[in-house]
Design a protein around this ligand. Structure first.
Ligand code: F6P
Ligand code: MG
Length: 466
C-alpha cells in the first residue's frame, strides 16, 4: 500500500458507489451462479472421490457467500503454493482485517476471485476448473450475428488493404473503426450484465449500435495513438510491438484478435503480445484456455453455431460465404501465431490485489517488459480502475496524473479502452460530470450512476516515452 496515491479509494460502505451495490447485490448473484455451475458438473461425475471433493468445494463456496452477505471479516487466504497469497494476507493485516461491507472495493473484489481460485487450486481433482467457462462460451455463441458481420467486414478490408490504395486519412479512419469495434466489445462483460437475453447481446454488438454510440465516447485520444504507430512504421523500426492487456473472453477476445490481425496486416505492428490472466477472474476475463476454446469454435464455425443449445434448439446453418469469412480469420490468426507474431504471455501480477501504481516495485520484470512495446493497450473497466487506483479523483484530473508511475517518463505508452462501469473517472472536460449526473438526478443513490451503465466510454492515452 506504500506505493498507492493518497487520493481516497472507493469503499463498499459508500452507499453512493457502485461498490456498495456490488457487495450487496452483484457478488451474491455471481457466487450463486458459480455454485449452480459446479452442481451441474458434479452431477455428471462418476469418480466417487472427485464427486465428494466437488461437493466440498460447493460447501466452501456457500460459506464464502454467507460470510459476504453477513458482513464477516475477510479471512486470510489458504496457501495454494502461489507467491501472491502472502501479499494478499499481508495486505489484509495492514488493512486491519476488514469486513466485507466496509473495505476498499477494488481490494475486496480481487480477494473474492482470488479466494475462489484457491478452492480449486488446493484440490486434488478440480485444479484448473473454471466455474465461469460455461457462461463465457454460451455468451460467445449468442454473438453469432456480430461475429459474422465483423468477419465479413474484415475480409473486405483485408482485400482493400492488399490493393494498396489507402491514404493516410483512410488509414486513420480504418484505425478508428477497428479501435471502436474493440472498445465497444467490452460493453457485454458477464459480471455486469447478468440478465442479458440473446436479443440484448446482439443489439449491443452490431455496427448500428456502434455508430449510435460514437457520441458517447467522452474522451477520444485515438489520433495520438495512431500518430505514434504510423510514425514507427514510417521510420521502418524493425520491432514495433503492441501489447494488449486483455479483459474479457468470448466476443471481446474475438474483437481483440480482429484488432491484433489488423495491426499486423497493416504494418502498424510487427508483433502483438496478448496478456491474459492465470486464474478465472471477474467472471469473464480471459485465461489461456479461453483462447483454445475460441480458436476451436472459429476453426469449425458451422459445427459451433449449429450445435443444439441446452434446450435442444438448433440454429439455422451458416451460408458457404459466412463459413469462408470466419475461416479467413482463423487462417490469418493461425498464420500470425505460427510466425511468432501473435504471442500469448500471462503474468500473475494481473490478478494481484492492488493497482498498477505498484507495478514498478512488485512486478519490475513486467514493468520492464512493457517498456519494450511501442504501445500498451489496457482493455476494459477493471484495467482502468487499476490504472487509476480506483480512487475518487476529481474527474478533471489529467489521465497522465492519475496513472502515476505508468505516466510521463515511465517509458511505457499507455492507451486505455474503457466502457465506464464503475465510479472512478478522470480526464473529463470541466462540467461534463455535472452534466451527466443531471440525467440521474433524484435517483436513490445520488452517486455517479452514469458511469456505471456501460453506455459511456473513454479512450485515454499517455505517452510515457517522453
Ligand atoms: O464489479 C464491478 C467491476 O469491477 C466493474 O468495474 C465492471 O462492472 C466489472 O466488474 C468488470 O468489467 P470489465 O470486464 O470491463 O473489466
Ligand atoms: Mg472483465
Amino acid at each position: 500500500m506504500e506505493f498507492d496515491p493518497k487520493t481516497p479509494v472507493y469503499l463498499t460502505s459508500d452507499p453512493k458507489s457502485f461498490g456498495h451495490k456490488s457487495v450487496n447485490d452483484r457478488w451474491p448473484v455471481i457466487l450463486t451462479g458459480a455454485i449452480d455451475d459446479l452442481h451441474r458438473t458434479v452431477a455428471d461425475v462418476t469418480d466417487e472421490e472427485k464427486r465428494k471433493e466437488g461437493k466440498t468445494i460447493i460447501e466452501e463456496l456457500a460459506k464464502l457467500k454467507y460470510e459476504l452477505q453477513h458482513d464477516r471479516q475477510l479471512i486470510p487466504l489458504e496457501d495454494d503454493g502461489e507467491p501472491d497469497i502472502e501479499e494478499y494476507n499481508e495486505e489484509l493485516e495492514q488493512r486491519g482485517n476488514p469486513k466485507w461491507h466496509s473495505v476498499s472495493w477494488l481490494f475486496s473484489e480481487c480477494y473474492l476471485y482470488r479466494r475462489l481460485a484457491t478452492l480449486f487450486t488446493r484440490s486434488k481433482h478440480w485444479k484448473g476448473y473454471d466455474v465461469f467457462a460455461r457462461q463465457k462460451m454460451s455468451t460467445f455463441k449468442s454473438s453469432r450475428p456480430a461475429v459474422l458481420e465483423l468477419a465479413a467486414r474484415y475480409k473486405e478490408l483485408a482485400i482493400e488493404a492488399k490493393e494498396g490504395k489507402n491514404t493516410e486519412e483512410s488509414d486513420r479512419l480504418l484505425f478508428s473503426e477497428m479501435c471502436e469495434i474493440c472498445l465497444w466489445g467490452n460493453a457485454t462483460d458477464l459480471s455486469l450484465l447478468t440478465n442479458l437475453t440473446y436479443e440484448d447481446i446482439q443489439k449491443l454488438q452490431g455496427s448500428e449500435a456502434r455508430k449510435a454510440a460514437e457520441n458517447n465516447i467522452l474522451v477520444n485520444d485515438l489520433n495520438a495513438a495512431f500518430d505514434v504507430l504510423r510514425q514507427a512504421r514510417e521510420e521502418n523500426k524493425p520491432e514495433r510491438r503492441v501489447d494488449i492487456v486483455l479483459d474479457n473472453a468470448g466476443f471481446e477476445l474475438f474483437v481483440d484478435l480482429i484488432l491484433a490481425g489488423y495491426l499486423l496486416s497493416s504494418g502498424l505492428a510487427t508483433s502483438v503480445v496478448l496478456r491474459p490472466k492465470l486464474i478465472p477472474w471477474f467472471v469473464s476475463d480471459v485465461i489461456p484456455r479461453d483462447f483454445a476454446d475460441l480458436i476451436q469454435a472459429i476453426a469449425d464455425p458451422q459445427g459451433f453455431y449449429t450445435a443444439p443449445d441446452e434446450s435442444g434448439n438448433k440454429q439455422s446453418p451458416l451460408s458457404g460465404k459466412e463459413v469462408d469469412e470466419v475461416k479467413f480469420l482463423f487462417d490469418q490468426w493461425s498464420h500470425f501465431h505460427a510466425e511468432g507474431k501473435l504471442i500469448i504471455r500471462p503474468h500473475r501480477f494481473w490478478t494481484a490485489g492492488g493497482s498498477y501504481w505498484r507495478m514498478p516495485h512488485v512486478a519490475p520484470d513486467l514493468f520492464e517488459d512493457l517498456k519494450e512495446a511501442e504501445l500498451v493497450l489496457f482493455k476494459g473497466d477493471l484495467n482502468y480502475r487499476k490504472l487509476v487506483n480506483d480512487a475518487d479523483w476529481d474527474p478533471t484530473t489529467p489521465f497522465t496524473t492519475a496513472i502515476g508511475p505508468l505516466g510521463p517518463h515511465s517509458g511505457i505508452r499507455v492507451m486505455s479502452f474503457r466502457t465506464c462501469k464503475a465510479d472512478c473517472v478522470v480526464g473529463l472536460p470541466a462540467g461534463k460530470d455535472e452534466e451527466l449526473r443531471k440525467v440521474y438526478e433524484g435517483s436513490a443513490t445520488g452517486g455517479r450512476e452514469w458511469a456505471w451503465s456501460g453506455k459511456w466510454a473513454v479512450i485515454s492515452f499517455c505517452d510515457g516515452k517522453v
